[in-house]
Ligand binder design. Structure first.
Ligand code: PBG
Length: 327
């Protein structure tokens, strides 16, 4: 018995060949930025809550970068894990031209690998309280003094060879101030990826323990600057402001819980939209795999294709190198 159906959508799913022809969203290695942790320690160490992700000493970074480049990865964002003794309440190490992350960028640039090197621009790796800004006497974050430091830091980053800076602090007015500082120092070609819609997320925990920016990696409260997870309209406002202040790429972060924001940005703002699949999004998949409950590779690909389908043009992901072979 055969129904006379006007539509049989399953025809488009009936073989590998037809499925491949009609696949609407495809991930490629060119979509990815790999976040890279650098440490002052002398040996690479695996981050316990992020199996498969390591902190790299500057001395081993060159070989590792060459490996990644051979896998096809061409964009990297550096995150420093600072010696706790170098942290203070002002995060002053961030302006030290010989600080870890600037040494790392100089050594990478010397390799001439034809890559894009991005500096994550924020104070939290450098402050002993873990906030992304300097504090007032009452413990609140001082917006304008923080912006001034970030603008100066952007110039230090550009001098150290970074191609782009990515302010991840969520202070008001920082994109405009950073653009001006870079232009005033003739770094008009240094681009800005702005963490525009960055939510106060619980998924940052593994990252914070990785760089020791929070004692237990969880309880640091950044709600006076990062967005409330329920607020879509406020996220739109932040995206528009960074567009107007001169950002080159806008980012939504985390990624998977905020696909609506990614979709909105990609359909309404004529700039490339980045999404950051953050540490906790990585760790939850790896943890379930460890327990035998999920297959990490398939779940990671599904999560990432969803992020791209929502409208992300580029994706920061800790899976980038581990999935390179499947892309
Ligand atoms: C802070 C910063 C954070 C991340 C990137 N930059 C954490 C935070 O805001 O506390 C998180 C990245 C991740 O979780 O993978 N400037």
């Amino acid at each position: 018995m055969t129904y006379q159906l006007p539509n049989r959508p399953r025809r488009l799913r009936s073989s590998n060949a037809i499925r491949a022809l009609v696949e609407e969203t495809r991930l490629t290695i060119d979509d990815f930025v790999l976040p890279v942790f650098v440490t002052e320690e002398t040996k690479p160490s695996e981050i316990s809550s992020m199996p498969g992700v390591f902190c790299w000493p500057v001395s081993g970074l060159g070989d590792q970068l060459r490996n990644w480049r051979e896998m096809g990865i061409r964009a990297f964002a550096l995150f420093p894990k600072i010696d706790p003794q170098k942290k203070d309440d002002q995060g002053s190490e961030i302006l030290n031209r010989n600080a870890l992350v600037y040494r790392a960028s100089k050594s990478i640039k010397d390799l001439n690998l034809d890559i894009l090197l991005i500096a994550d621009l924020a104070l939290d790796p450098y402050t002993n309280h873990g906030h992304d800004g300097v504090l007032n006497a009452d413990g609140t974050v001082d917006n304008d003094r923080t912006v001034e430091i970030l603008a100066d830091t952007a110039v230090v980053c550009a001098n150290a060879g970074f191609d782009w800076v990515a302010p991840s602090d969520m202070m008001d007015g920082r994109v405009g101030a950073i653009r001006k500082a870079l232009d005033d120092s003739s770094f008009c070609d240094t681009g800005i990826i702005s963490y525009s819609a960055k939510f106060a997320s619980s998924y940052y925990g593994p990252f914070r323990s990785a760089i020791n920016s929070s004692l237990d990696g969880k309880t640091l409260d950044k709600k006076t600057y990062q967005l409330c997870p329920s607020n879509f309209r406020e996220a739109k406002r932040e995206l528009v402001l960074d567009f107007e202040e001169g950002a080159d790429v806008l980012m939504v972060k985390p990624a998977e819980p905020y696909l609506d924001v990614i979709r909105y940005a990609s359909q309404n703002i004529d700039l490339p939209i980045a999404a950051y699949q953050v540490s906790g999004e990585y760790s939850r998949i790896m943890a379930a795999d460890k327990l035998g409950w999920l297959n990490w590779e398939n779940c990671a690909l599904e999560s990432l294709v969803g992020i791209k389908r929502a409208g992300a043009d580029l994706i920061f992901s800790y899976f980038a190198d581990r999935l390179a072979k499947r892309l």
